[in-house]
Design a protein around this ligand. Structure first.
Ligand SMILES: [Zn+2]
Length: 496
């Protein structure tokens, strides 16, 4: 069996003022052919790593094509979507002409928006179907925050999302997808999909699956997969409300050997989740409330995450609400990691290690994330190239970078400032600048839930959620396209 693999991933935040152009992909992941294999071989816990390892077990020949990924940001330009699509479709077709493909396996996100199409995954699948026709099976792994559209379901054969938030199961999910495609092609196992959208916008800040209602729904999907021999997979997609499209919502997607089984399970999960919707209410502390709560712990380290300015969800990463509070408190052994401000990094590098700089830090990307902080005589402690190998279970082993970065010392607060917008998943944002998190009492960082995959066993955690474009309070957003009659904006009704 020969399977073409590839994909492109973007989580689009419609409220970001950063236009997503092709160079944003080229700056992060933009790979062709054998590079897909080389960068994900050897136990790298990425979706492509999952395809590679499962193919080795099943004796599948992989035909690598094109993969691109960019940090979440605003709408993708039409030209960029056309380039990404033609890169993937043309390379997939080239592989097919070399030796016919039996299936296509893609890793996509599911919440990509372009001014050319508000459903970039549906757009890609349409382009593949135009080139390949309907006979070839197409399987897709999606992020749990996918806004799954009717077109995505109609144009794919096996569509499945990760079940965990933090997304620690992307590798296993990709392996499962390839296995289902193998069973379908080699063992003639039929596949039928069911798709149930719910009138519900769910903020990521309320969706962690380590505990609480999202955990309960996740466990139901896992139990049903184990108990029902007809069922191949069931995913409860949280959706991504900051992608302001008409089809943004929570969905359930199932794949089964019969349409009846797929429909029955999707209905059961949707009804259970809808019944629990009131429990998915996020706790939104201010930075001051979060610091007060952090000080109630007998010992540290205590991580305070700024959920509303999560670069992993398209926010700028230069919001000053939490950092300002930490500077004003000036508590001993405080550090902030992964703060984005290229201009300040440049200024500090030019000044050099051991010098002092005065600068306006942060809040430059827009006027939604606080005011710039005037730092006087901040000491330039460290300069780093920003490169590291991911430690978090999310993408462990993957080489990546925060770009040139500096550590500034302002009073008791150490501030790690970087040139690349990245969500802080593990201790690398601190370690690359010489800060051992175990020596710190309070650690500030920008993430909503993903950081918990690594930090939960190593620190106490308190979340704050001041104003920002990744804020959990959805009532503050001016949606243009999303359905504002949905829960929790309105008391929506739903019956299957
Ligand atoms: Zn996600």
């Amino acid at each position: 069996m020969r399977v073409g693999i590839g994909g492109f991933r973007h989580e689009t935040n419609s409220f970001s003022n950063v236009v997503t152009t092709i160079d944003r992909f080229q700056d992060l992941n933009y790979e062709f052919g054998q590079e897909l294999i080389d960068h994900n071989t050897g136990g790298v816990r990425t979706p492509l790593g999952g395809f590679i390892d499962e193919a080795a077990v099943l004796g599948i020949e992989l035909a690598p094509t094109f993969y691109a990924n960019a940090t979440p940001s605003g709408h993708i330009t039409p030209e960029t979507l056309k380039i990404l699509t033609s890169n993937l479709v043309d390379n997939m077709w080239w592989q097919h002409t070399r030796s016919p493909l039996d299936a296509i396996a893609l890793t996509l996100h599911g919440a990509g928006v372009s001014d050319l199409s508000d459903d970039i995954e549906g757009y890609l699948l349409e382009a593949l179907r135009e080139r390949f026709g309907n006979a070839i099976p197409i399987g897709v792994t999606l992020d749990l925050h996918a806004n799954v559209t009717k077109k995505m379901v109609a144009l794919s054969d096996v569509l499945m999302g990760v079940k965990c938030y933090p997304h620690v199961d992307e590798y296993e999910n990709a392996r499962a997808l390839l296995h289902h495609l193998y069973d379908h092609v080699v063992n003639n196992v039929p596949v039928y999909q069911s798709h149930v959208p719910l009138p519900w916008l769910l903020a990521p800040g309320a969706g962690v699956t380590l505990s609480g209602p999202a955990h309960d729904v996740q466990q139901l999907t896992i139990r049903l997969e184990a108990e029902n021999p007809e069922l191949l997979q069931a995913t409860f997609f949280h959706g991504f409300p900051y992608a302001d499209i008409s089809q943004a919502c929570v969905t359930v997607v199932t794949v089964a050997k019969t349409q009846e089984a797929a429909d029955a399970v999707a209905s059961e999960i949707a009804q259970y989740a809808w019944g629990r919707r009131e429990a998915f209410m996020p706790v939104c502390l201010s930075p001051a409330e979060a610091v007060d709560k952090a000080l109630e712990f007998a010992k540290g380290p205590i991580v305070i995450n700024e959920s509303s300015d999560n670069p992993g969800g398209g926010a700028p990463g230069d919001g000053t609400h939490l950092l300002r509070e930490l500077l004003e408190r000036n508590l001993p052994d405080t550090a902030f990691g992964g703060f984005w401000d290229p201009a300040v990094v440049q200024q500090a590098i030019e000044a050099g290690v051991g010098s002092k700089i005065t600068c306006n830090l942060g809040a430059k990307a827009d006027n939604l994330h606080g005011e710039p902080i005037l730092l006087k005589d901040a000491y330039v402690k460290t300069i780093s190239d920003g490169t590291y190998v991911t430690k978090s279970p999310m993408g462990a082993g993957k080489f990546t970078t925060l770009g040139p970065s500096v550590l500034l010392q302002a009073g008791n607060v150490k501030i790690g400032v970087s040139t690349s917008r990245r969500q802080t998943l593990d201790c690398n944002a601190f370690e690359i600048l010489g800060v051992d998190y175990r020596d710190m009492h309070i650690l500030g960082l920008k993430s909503s839930q993903h950081f918990k995959a690594w930090w939960t066993d190593r620190a106490e955690i308190v979340s704050c959620d001041p104003p920002g474009i990744h804020c959990s309070n959805l009532s503050v957003f001016e949606f243009k396209n999303a359905n504002t009659s949905y829960f929790p904006l309105q008391d929506a009704q739903w019956n299957i």
